[in-house]
Design a protein around this ligand. Structure first.
Ligand code: ATP
Length: 241
């Protein structure tokens, strides 16, 4: 088997003296959609930050496209095709939707994603093209943030907490784009607190608990109760997720 697109080997990550991730072994194959679930503070965002190069690992390795990138600067990883849509739906509010999309293409690489294709994937944005970013709803902003990232033609797209602060129906609408993105061959790694949504779109998942992988597998093959246990680190007793 060829090497996965992304491979983390025994990764330890921390902030100063505080260690947030412990011995993370994780891989994502090309064109796969993988979700990382876990409660508040489990280390999900830290994992994404390590992959894009915003925090440096203490130990272990991050391999991307066949080579170690553990010591590679963040901007070089972007140029190599790693794109992060951070928490908070960041767009340029003073620019129009169209300008936001076009600007996304100024960084990154050539590839299948053009303005035309992005609008095909997110038809909602077509009628908003001339609107300013400021006037958009939360769901529209989130959609635009993902569209903008796709314009950089990432080989690996990282989505951080897409659902945060959005109504369930809007979350579902935003997630409808994931299979479309996957169909273009783009690999997607999703970090989510909304477990049901994260599992619904994923080929595989990892569950983080206090900085460690507590469970991994294929959604549907693992009983819900076992996932709940891994998520909370205690015997299942009903309630979330
Ligand atoms: P959330 O869903 O709340 O964002 P998370 O699973 O993404 O949680 P992280 O944000 O990765 O978790 O945080 C993991 C741990 O690292 C937490 O204990 C958090 O307090 C700590 N942490 C995160 N960022 C920093 C930082 N810049 N400096 C120090 N500690 C941090």
């Amino acid at each position: 088997m060829s090497e996965p697109l992304l491979q983390l080997d025994r990764l330890d990550v921390g902030y100063g003296d505080f260690q947030a991730l412990f011995g993370i072994d994780l891989h994502v194959a090309e064109a796969e959609t993988v979700s990382i679930i876990g409660a508040n503070g489990a280390g999900k965002s830290t994992l994404l930050k390590a992959i894009v190069g915003l925090v440096r690992p203490m130990r272990g390795d991050i391999r991307y496209a066949g080579a170690s990138v553990a010591g590679t600067a963040a901007h070089k990883r972007v140029a190599q095709g790693i794109a992060l849509v951070p928490e908070g739906r960041r767009i340029f509010p003073s620019l129009t939707v169209e300008e936001n999309i076009v600007i996304g293409g100024d960084v990154g690489r050539p590839g299948p994603w053009t303005k035309h294709r992005v609008l095909e994937a997110f038809p909602l944005l077509t009628r908003l093209l001339k609107r300013s970013g400021e006037g958009l709803s939360g769901g529209e902003r989130q959609t635009l943030a993902i569209a903008r990232a796709l314009m950089s033609n990432p080989r690996l797209l990282l989505l951080d907490e897409v659902s945060l602060g959005l109504a369930p129906i809007v979350v579902r609408q935003v997630y409808e784009a994931v299979p479309v993105i996957k169909a273009q061959g783009t690999t997607v790694l999703i970090v989510e607190q909304d477990v049901n949504q994260a599992l619904a779109v994923a080929d595989r998942f990892y569950c983080l608990l206090e900085g460690r992988i507590a469970l991994s597998g294929v959604p549907g093959e693992i009983p819900k109760e076992q996932i709940t246990q891994a998520y909370f680190g205690m015997p299942a007793s009903g309630g979330r997720p």
